[in-house]
Design a protein around this ligand. Structure first.
Ligand code: G3P
Length: 218
């Protein structure tokens, strides 16, 4: 499974990339607004840190302007992936941008039939939002399962399922068990996959016992 960071904090991205666990980055207008920085500068810096897909979302809602914005953003770096919302206009833009061999991540997906239409439009990635469905009492993980099942029926569909709106490590575990291609998660969730209190406790004991030997390795 590929791991994308859902965020735009340069220091956090650098720190996780240093572990070799990052395959790309996703942003959205809310994430960019939180940085307080210039959108295109931030995307450029992220593209310098990782060679994986970096999702940059258009701001327009009409296909013609989405296409113009997408082509403009794609010039920032070769690994920029254009994010468009899952609307009729968004799918028109998706189809057109894919004709130009520009990566497209179709976002704000909340149903399996939406995901099927995004795949028909040639999306590189589809972003079903798990957490936002959970937030209103629906089963976000069931959506991931349904999409993966539908896509598996048609091997000619090349769209990768990019599980998004991930709230905690259990979401990542469940997405991996289902077999989604990609998960995008905030840096703190990715760190939550690595850190464990028993590991810390065991290491503390090892270090204390090692100190008793009075030896050093170097
Ligand atoms: O960036 C897309 C998605 O992961 C955002 O999810 O619900 O945490 O805003 P959310």
């Amino acid at each position: 499974m590929k791991f994308f960071i859902d965020g735009a904090d340069i220091a956090e991205i650098k720190a996780l990339c240093a572990m070799g666990v990052v395959d790309g980055v996703t942003t959205n207008p809310s994430i960019i607004a939180k940085t307080g920085r210039n959108f295109q500068e931030v995307i450029g810096e992220i593209c310098d840190i990782t060679s994986g897909p970096v999702s940059a979302e258009v701001a327009a809602t009409d296909a013609k302007t989405m296409i113009l914005e997408g082509k403009h953003l794609a010039k920032i770096a070769k690994n920029v992936c254009i994010k468009v919302p899952l609307t009729e206009e968004g799918l028109k833009a998706c189809y057109a941008l894919r004709q130009e061999d520009i990566m497209v991540n179709v976002t704000l997906c909340f149903s399996s039939v939406q995901a099927l239409m995004a795949a028909k439009a040639g999306a590189t990635f589809i972003s079903p939002f798990i957490g936002r469905l959970d937030d209103i009492g629906h089963d976000g993980m069931q959506l991931i399962e349904d999409i993966c099942q539908i896509y598996s029926n048609y091997p000619d569909l090349t769209t990768e399922v990019l599980a998004a709106s991930v709230r905690h490590p259990l979401h990542v575990k469940q997405v991996a068990e289902i077999g989604a291609h990609v998960v995008t998660a905030p840096a703190n969730v990715i760190r939550g996959l690595i850190n464990h209190p028993l590991t810390d406790k065991g290491l503390d004991i090892f270090l204390k016992d090692w100190a008793k030997t009075g030896q050093s390795i170097l």
